[in-house]
Ligand binder design. Structure first.
Ligand code: F0G
Length: 459
C-alpha cells in the first residue's frame, strides 16, 4: 500500500489544553460579545484562529535564541538575518520590522499617496487597511475562479492579467505606485499564485514602469504549490522556485509569523538601494534603528533559522498535507468549502453551509460562534465583518465569499485534533436547517472592525 504522510519532526515539549462544557462556552461567548477575538485562550480547546505567530519553534530555533546579539547597532543577529534573506530570497537590502503590517506601514509611507490605486490579488486586510488609511484604493484583480468555491483551479490566487492591464491603461501611471502580489493569497482561501502568473505580472508592470511588490507571508507554501501543481517546475527544488519567484519582485513585505515560523517579527527586503534608503528613514521613525527595527537579536536569530526550516520540502509536505487531511475529512462529510484546499487553512463556505441565515446577519460569524459552542474550536470569519464598510459610503461591503477559516498553526496540532474539529463541523452541518438567524452589530470601530466588534444574536 502507499505509505501515508507522517510529520518529519517529533515532540519534545507539550502544552496543556483545557476542555470545557457547552454551558461554560455559552457564558464565555456571551461575555466575549460573540467575537472570538475577545475570548481568553484558556477558554479555547483547539485554536484555529490564525497560523500567525502560533507555530512551534524547533530545538534549533530555541538554541538560536540563546545566541542572540542584543547590540543596538550592527548586531550579529542582524547579519544572520541578512544572510538568510539573501540566500533564500535573493535580496541584497532588508529592514527588520516588528511584524508584517509594520513592513507595510514603512513601505507605503514611502510609496503611497492620497488618490493612488494599488492593484493586486485580494489584498490582505491590514494591507488594504494601510492603503485606505492613506486615502488610496486597493483594486482587486484576482481571477474570477477564486470566487466560486466549487471550481477546482490550481492557482486561484492568480492575478487576472486583463483586469490588471485595464487598470494600468485607464489610469495615469503616477497614480499607481505598485502592484502587490500576495502569495499565497490569504483572503480567497490560502490560494497560490503560479510562477507563470508572477512572470506575466512582471512583464505588464515593466510595460507601464510600475513596481512589483510581493506580500511574502506564505511564500514557501506558495513555492510548494508551484512545485506540485505547475508542470514546468516539478523537478525544481523549493529553493530554486523561491529564488525565481522573488527575482520578479522589486521588494517584499514579510510577516515572519507565518512561513518563517516565529512568534513575532517581519521585514522588508529590496532590490534597489535607493528605495531601501528611503524606507530606512520611516523604519527608524516607526520601528527602530535599521539593524534591529522592532526586533530583539534573539528573535532575528530564530527568524533566520526559521526561514531555512520553513523552506524545506519535507516540512512543507507534511504541513500542507495535514491541512489537506482536514479538508478531506470535511469533504467526506459533504461540507462545502473552497476547493482546492488552501496552504495554511481550510475555508468553509458559510453561504452554502448556512443558506437559511440572511447575509446581513453575518453567516460566517454565526458559523464561527456555532463551532465554538459545539466543541471549543476557535475559527475566524473572513467575510462581511472583515470586509468592513466602504470608506466613502460607509455601507457594509459584501465580499464575494463568506468564509469560516480553520487556520492550522505550524507543527502544533495532531491528526486527532483535525478529526475532532471535523466532527464538530459535521454535527453543526447535520442540524444546519434549524439555524435560521445570525447576529447583529452592537458596536464597531471605523477601520479593521472585526478585531473589536461587539455583536448579539438575533432571535
Ligand atoms: N499579509 C498577509 C497575506 C497576511 O496574512 C498577514 C497577516 C499580513 C500581511 C500582516 O502580517 O499580522 O504580521 O502584521 N495575517 C494574519 C492572519 C493576521 O491571521 O491571516 P502581521
Amino acid at each position: 500500500m502507499n505509505l501515508p504522510f507522517a510529520e518529519c519532526y517529533k515532540i519534545k515539549m507539550v502544552e496543556s489544553l483545557r476542555k470545557s462544557t457547552r454551558g461554560d462556552r455559552e457564558k464565555w461567548i456571551k461575555e466575549a460579545r460573540y467575537n472570538v477575538f475577545n475570548l481568553r485562550s484558556n477558554q479555547v480547546f483547539i485554536d484555529l484562529l490564525t497560523d500567525s505567530g502560533t507555530g512551534a519553534m524547533s530545538d534549533k530555533q530555541w538554541s538560536e535564541m540563546m545566541l542572540g546579539d542584543e547590540s543596538y547597532a550592527g548586531a550579529s543577529s542582524y547579519y544572520k538575518m541578512k544572510d538568510a534573506i539573501r540566500e533564500i530570497m535573493g535580496f541584497e537590502y532588508f529592514l527588520p520590522t516588528h511584524q508584517g503590517r509594520a513592513a507595510e506601514n514603512v513601505l507605503f509611507s514611502v510609496l503611497i499617496k492620497e488618490g493612488d490605486l494599488v492593484p493586486g490579488n485580494s489584498h490582505f486586510d491590514t494591507t488594504k487597511g494601510h492603503i485606505e488609511f492613506r486615502k488610496a484604493l486597493a483594486v482587486d484583480c484576482t481571477v474570477d475562479e477564486a470566487y466560486d468555491t466549487s471550481v477546482n483551479h490550481p492557482f486561484k490566487g492568480n492575478i487576472d492579467i486583463d483586469k490588471l492591464a485595464g487598470v494600468l491603461k485607464k489610469n495615469p501611471v503616477e497614480k499607481i505606485p505598485m502592484i502587490i502580489i500576495t502569495a499565497t493569497c490569504n483572503t480567497p482561501g490560502g490560494q497560490p499564485v503560479s510562477l507563470q502568473n508572477i512572470k506575466d505580472v512582471r512583464s505588464v508592470a515593466d510595460k507601464f514602469g510600475v513596481r512589483v511588490i510581493i506580500d511574502a507571508a506564505r511564500f514557501a507554501e506558495n513555492a510548494y504549490f508551484i512545485k506540485t501543481r505547475e508542470a514546468a517546475y516539478k523537478d525544481k527544488s523549493i529553493h530554486e522556485i523561491v529564488l525565481e519567484m522573488f527575482s520578479y519582485a522589486d521588494a517584499v513585505t514579510m510577516s515572519s509569523k507565518k512561513d518563517a515560523i516565529v512568534n513575532m517579527g517581519g521585514f522588508l527586503a529590496f532590490r534597489e538601494e535607493e528605495l531601501f534608503k528611503q524606507a530606512s528613514v520611516y523604519n527608524i521613525l516607526f520601528e527602530g534603528y535599521i539593524t534591529y527595527g522592532g526586533m530583539s537579536g534573539r528573535d532575528m536569530n530564530a527568524l533566520a533559522q526559521g526561514l531555512h526550516e520553513g523552506t524545506e520540502f519535507d516540512y512543507l509536505d507534511s504541513r500542507i498535507r495535514q491541512v489537506g487531511y482536514l479538508g478531506k475529512k470535511l469533504d467526506e462529510y459533504g461540507i462545502p468549502m473552497q476547493q482546492p484546499y488552501g496552504g495554511h487553512a481550510i475555508f468553509v463556505d458559510a453561504q452554502r453551509f448556512l443558506p437559511n441565515v440572511p447575509r446581513e446577519e453575518f453567516q460566517a460569524q454565526k458559523l464561527v460562534v456555532e463551532l465554538y459552542l459545539e466543541g471549543g474550536v476557535r475559527a475566524v470569519e473572513i467575510g462581511t465583518l472583515m470586509a468592513d464598510r466602504d470608506p466613502v459610503t460607509r455601507e457594509n461591503r459584501y465580499p464575494k465569499l463568506e468564509l469560516l477559516r480553520l487556520t492550522i498553526p505550524r507543527r502544533v496540532y495532531t491528526k486527532n485534533h483535525m478529526d475532532y474539529t471535523a466532527a464538530c463541523l459535521k454535527n453543526i452541518y447535520d442540524r444546519r436547517d434549524s439555524i435560521t438567524r445570525g447576529l447583529r452589530i452592537v458596536n464597531e470601530a471605523t477601520i479593521l472592525r472585526h478585531f473589536t466588534v461587539e455583536l448579539e444574536p438575533i432571535g
